[in-house]
Design a binder for this molecule. Structure first.
Ligand code: GLY
Length: 375
């Protein structure tokens, strides 16, 4: 491992040793750091879609350091998340993010039957959101035809359930959603829509609103990153070349839009005079690009993908990381959505730190690879 990556991994572990101790004292699932304290999610308590990233971070740090502090903290958060199984109406397609990074990472790193059961419970809830016309229904609240590109990441939970049970139905659902995503979300130039609204009875496309991006037809950068990484993961699980081709197409588009300073705008079509950065998108894309670069199939493009990933990681570290040990959270300038600031604009947000850490730990050789087939 190169010395700079080793030093960066050590800095993350040191920063989060204090962070884990503080979260245990507060007894919450952190969403954002505010000074010396953590603050929990702005909506829906522990059922908010981001709850898995805290235990995911803890498992990443446990895998990297072996420190029991991180394992204990991951288990504390997992208990709060599995309590949410009792509130059916709060759970949506994001059970992937919530339980892959909690119960499934638990089971992968410290085999545990109950954690495996909880993972399969979550996967079955996700499979239950499948509309046989070919898509996963993302959200509740009277929107059964709304599908979103973010679900590409949650498909990992379905692939994982097929791996654990030997039942191919979960994987079939994942592939059906991925194929719909290629057909209806990914544009000719490699950019993606965030949301496609289908008629849930006929499958007809009714609308493609701008979602968390700037406007209809624009390119919300985190949506591009979910698509990029999500298709890399679908390729890893299935070996289907169309998923690799799609991942590469989105990757080229993403790379062409990285800012000159190496940071990521919130939307690649936002007005030029608008200062709106989303470092979470850069961290997610870096993970996807690193995996893409390591595939032999990337051939002569591999150095291009790797260089872009390293440029993103270096910019996050040097321009937007808060290494003050008395402040909770690392990455600054994370933005939840272009137009609504309720979940945060230009603040630290836990899933930015999660993907930044995942990218660094992947380079350091300790990433437990939660999205990928078990080795
Ligand atoms: N999956 C929701 C988001 O990226 O904000």
């Amino acid at each position: 491992m190169n010395k700079e990556i080793a030093a960066l991994a050590e800095k993350i572990i040191a920063k989060y040793t204090k962070g884990a101790e503080q979260a245990a004292v507060q007894g919450i699932i952190p969403y954002t750091g505010s000074g010396a304290e953590w603050v929990s999610s702005p909506y829906d308590g522990n059922g908010w879609w981001t709850g898995g990233f805290w235990p995911g971070l803890m498992w990443q740090l446990y895998a990297a350091s072996g420190s029991d502090l991180f394992r204990q903290e991951a288990l504390r958060a997992e208990q709060l998340l599995t309590d949410e199984f009792r509130v059916f109406s709060a759970l949506n397609h994001d059970v992937g993010f919530m339980y892959l990074l909690s119960s499934d990472l638990h089971n992968r790193l410290c085999p545990d039957k109950q954690a495996e059961q909880d993972t399969l419970h979550a996967a079955t809830l996700l499979a239950g959101r499948f509309n046989p016309l070919g898509f996963l229904s993302a959200w509740n609240g009277g929107r059964p035809g709304w599908a979103i590109v973010d679900s590409m990441m949650n498909l990992s939970l379905l692939y994982r359930a097929s791996e654990l049970t030997g039942d191919p139905r979960f994987e079939s659902i994942a592939k059906a959603h991925a194929d719909t995503c290629i057909r209806e979300f990914v544009r000719e130039n490699g950019s993606c829509n965030h949301i496609v609204i289908f008629d849930p009875k006929t499958g007809e496309v009714l609308d493609r609103p701008g979602g968390q991006g700037y406007a209809p037809g624009s390119s919300w950068s985190r949506g591009q990153a979910w698509g990029l990484y999500g298709f890399v993961i679908s390729y890893a699980h299935t070996g289907e070349k169309r998923y690799l081709d799609t991942a590469m197409k989105i990757a080229r588009y993403f790379i062409a839009h990285i800012r000159p300073d190496g940071l990521t705008d919130c939307d690649f079509c936002q007005p030029v005079d608008e200062e709106r950065i989303d470092n979470i998108a850069g961290a997610i894309a870096a993970c996807g690009l690193l995996h893409l670069a390591d595939l032999p199939e990337s051939g002569s493009e591999a150095p291009f993908f790797r260089e872009a990933a390293m440029r993103l990681i270096s910019a996050l570290d040097t321009l937007c990381a808060d290494w003050d040990p008395d402040h909770m959270g690392i990455l600054t300038k994370c933005t939840a959505a272009y137009h609504q600031d309720g979940a945060g604009r230009h603040i630290n947000i836990v899933y930015g730190d999660y993907f930044f850490t995942e990218a660094v730990m992947y380079l350091a050789g300790t990433d437990p690879a939660p999205w990928f087939p078990a080795k």
